[in-house]
Design a protein around this ligand. Structure first.
Ligand code: B4P
Length: 181
């Protein structure tokens, strides 16, 4: 079982992923965490990614797909993709990588939540890229580039929408119901 958790920035993808990997014994693949790891390690990739992330834009598809492919090849478990794919080319790239491993995505969980709730949550989180101007840009980028990814999977009947504007436990319980149905 490979699962994708999708949703606007700050919708709680990382928060839900922490519980999901334990309950369903999955490997967590968060492109945001991987990029922050590269920044913390001061790598060339991290240096390139930092200014893009601080502006709330997306890191290039080539960089992301390269990072993800390495991680998929090293894993022998079901994967939880958190914050990836964020563009149609990333979704198409993932299809090709998984086809080479003779596996496929089994569920796409879409977290739904209003912009104003997101802005409030992210300002409270206070990460380096969490100022109001950057957050608003990330929401625009989500609508333009990431929301179409849902359409990419809709034809396969594997997309499930969950209300992200509930307590952390209530969101988790809704996702669990989808995955155990
Ligand atoms: P990400 O690291 O993916 O993070 P995110 O979208 O900001 O947050 P997430 O949805 O995980 O929210 P969280 O659980 O933290 O992306 C960061 C940046 O990296 C992107 O802007 C982009 O530049 C780059 N990037 C990453 N992947 C990329 C890709 N594939 N392609 C190109 N670029 C990429 O929750 C947010 C806050 O809400 C937390 O404080 C949390 O405690 C709180 N919260 C969560 N659930 C809650 C609930 N139910 N109720 C109340 N509060 C809640």
């Amino acid at each position: 079982m490979h699962i994708i958790i999708l949703g606007p920035p700050g919708s709680g993808k990382g928060t839900q992923s922490e519980q999901l990997i334990t309950t369903f014994d999955l490997e967590h693949l968060s492109t945001g965490d991987m990029l922050r790891g590269e920044i913390a390690a001061g790598t060339e990739l991290g240096l390139k990614a930092k200014s893009v992330m601080d502006a709330g834009d997306l890191v290039s598809d080539d960089i992301i797909l390269g990072m993800v492919e390495n991680k998929i090849q090293q894993s022998d478990k079901g994967l939880l993709f958190d914050g990836f794919p964020r563009t149609i080319p990333q979704a198409e790239g993932l299809d090709k990588i998984l086809a080479r491993t003779k596996t496929a995505v089994s569920h796409v969980i879409e977290l739904k939540i209003e912009d104003d709730v997101i802005v409030e949550r992210m300002l409270a989180r206070g990460r380096e890229d969490d100022n109001e101007e950057t957050i608003r840009n990330r929401l625009d980028v989500y609508k333009a580039q990431t929301a179409p990814v849902i359409g990419h999977y809709q034809g396969q009947n594997i997309v499930h929408s969950v209300n992200g504007d509930q307590s952390i436990d209530a969101v988790f319980s809704d996702i669990k119901a989808v995955l155990t149905a």
